[in-house]
Design a protein around this ligand. Sequence first.
Ligand code: TYD
Ligand code: MG
Length: 456
Amino acid sequence: MAKKVRSHYTCQSCGHQAPRWFGRCPACEEWNTCAEELPPPEDHRRPERRAPAAAMQPITEVSLEEAERLLTGLGELDRVLGGGIMPGSVVLVGGDPGIGKSTLLLQMAGQLAGRHQRTVYLSAEESGAQIRLRAGRIGSLSPELLVFSETNLASILEALERAEAMAVIIDSIQTIYYPQLESAPGSVAQVRECAARLVYFAKERGVPVFLVGHVTKEGTVAGPRTLEHLVDTVLYLEGERHHHFRILRAAKNRFGSTNEIGVFEMRERGLVEVGNPSQLLLAERAPGVSGSAVVCTIEGTRPLLVEIQALVSTSSFGYPQRVATGIDPKRLALLVAVLEKRGGYQITSQDIFVNVVGGIRVEEPSVDLGVALALVSSFLNRPIEPGTVAIGEIGLGGEVRPVDQIERRVAEARNLGFTRCLVARSNLKGWRRPEGMEVVGIGGLEAAQELALLQK
Ligand code: TYD
Ligand code: MG
């Protein structure tokens, strides 16, 4: 064990250093910017020397070959990672407590170990027996899966040096600590120091490391986003806790796109990949109810049909409510204003609730038309014709605008048995309609409403 080194405290805003913790920086007078830091150490694990400097070379001679990726055995996870795990990469998996991070990574560990790729699952939260019980339930038992319950990072690194693992999982970064820092586990200083040392381990050994990070109340992984800069990839596991869907999303990915999502379902035996999420997302739809519209968004490489539900009801207070789940509240405010101003619907004084079914979050403007139609449908209490999908962005003038990849969206709608698509008029040219699908081009909201709503 290395000798005790005195740490110091640094203002993260101006760099002022002090021997003691401070609430407000004496130099720049910012609040809550103090973080504990170790002095630049002679410690042997620090990335100073060791690795020989890479030689300079002409850019034309740089090899284009990518290192071979390790497949996790979970197709959805592989896709979000950009086609498997990059050797030596560090992946942060964030999410609310209880959402399924441990389950996902234990399943991955079981798959890797099952293919004789030794994997270390370090848990600072659960005992070996607890992990074994869970692993047994989700089919992850394998002699090549090494479990380890430890919280001291110095001991962890020592053990990892010897383990010769192909992959390492640290569950979680907030519960381990580096003994030379005085701060408590989970503090910014500890989280950052531990992560930095694990990153160095990964790079030096070429062993991928997965870090589990609980999301704090503010919605960031503890340590004001410092962790996100340290690692190669940041994945978030999202979903409603009491809902069985789980969406895995990349917020940052040095080795792939950040548009891909992976869809899982939480069952008794762990997370199950969902091959056709559209079908599942629409499974509970009750056609003929007002305020429900189906839209088609593209997440990464995949079109996804989702149901938007809206409820517009008379407000009993002076200040009408706006609740948006799964869509951007500002976008909702904009659509409401357009409906009032251009469509002549007096809805700004009403309580408005919008929900994207299944705990999904949609960000594409292509859902605008669907959201607007759901609002109108609820306001007028007239259901939308059940075979219809609405695809289009809405401009401030109330006009319906074209979206990209229209052919793929319409094809997905056809695959799931829809028979009519409402699209922007300028989106009609240059692509082939699938058989059995009526595609209607519209210019503005008024026409859309005429076509979408069932006659009373
Ligand atoms: P967990 O992976 O422990 O969440 P996290 O690590 O993100 O805190 O998952 C906990 C929840 O998942 C728990 O409420 C029980 C549920 N669960 C299942 O429904 N099925 C399963 O097979 C497992 C392992 C967990
Ligand atoms: Mg956990």
